[in-house]
Design a protein around this ligand. Structure first.
Ligand SMILES: Nc1ncnc2c1ncn2[C@@H]1O[C@H](COP(=O)(O)OP(=O)(O)O)[C@@H](O)[C@H]1O
Length: 191
């Protein structure tokens, strides 16, 4: 299995690049943000629990997020691998993901961090807000999401760096250029 983590702050382009990568490598895209939004839209029990947290730009508790992620992976027993997008966002999530994959005789092949500076992120999300319909894309909620990223999520990087699994790719530039850079890194995982 080829399991990848696409890592980066809000607005880094994880969703866009994940879609392209799953097509090329025939992987399954698991975006915890998309899954939570689908639960909110479908008004499921889980959706009701998390809708306020999402709207406020706060992280959902680890136990809930991990359970949902594992369920999604288990729904795809024939997958050639997964692109994890927006997960793990905390060190406990990263540890649980390793243990979960280990139980399946699998592992993370590599983690690619999309590098995008703060000014560019703010610009991109302001642009996206015009069409996304996402309540967490406005200026105040965005601030909260960025602070969650720097408080909690950034610590996931050294976790993977210690395992020798971390790669960085410049996330600024044409979508195709970023994509080609990602593919170059992923092709190294395959050999
Ligand atoms: N791994 C996670 N742990 C906790 N909360 C999460 C996780 N993934 C998504 N969420 C929730 O969903 C929201 C949107 O996530 P996502 O679509 O990945 O955001 P972005 O577009 O900012 O990368 C987050 O602000 C958070 O409330």
């Amino acid at each position: 299995m080829l399991n990848l983590v696409l890592f980066g702050p809000p607005g880094a382009g994880k969703g866009t690049q994940s879609e392209k990568l799953i097509a090329k490598y025939q992987l399954v895209h698991v975006s915890t943000g998309d899954l939570f939004r689908a639960h909110v839209k479908g008004e499921t029990e889980l959706g009701k629990k998390v809708s306020q947290l999402l709207a406020d730009g706060e992280l959902v508790p680890d136990a809930i997020t991990i359970a949902m992620l594992e369920e999604e992976v288990d729904k795809n027993p024939d997958a050639k691998g997964f692109v994890f997008d927006g997960f793990p966002r905390t060190v406990p999530q990263a540890i649980e993901l390793d243990l979960f994959l280990e139980r399946k005789g699998s592992k993370i092949a590599g983690v690619i961090a999309l590098d995008v500076d703060q000014d560019e992120l703010t610009k991109r999300i302001a642009e996206r807000h015009k069409t996304s319909g996402r309540p967490d894309d406005d200026a105040e909620k965005l601030k909260k999401r960025i602070s969650e990223y720097f408080d909690k999520t950034i610590h996931v990087l050294p976790y993977y760096e210690e395992q020798g699994k971390l790669n960085k790719v410049n996330g600024i530039g044409e979508i195709e250029t970023v994509y080609n850079d990602l593919c170059a890194v992923i092709d190294q995982y395959k050999v």
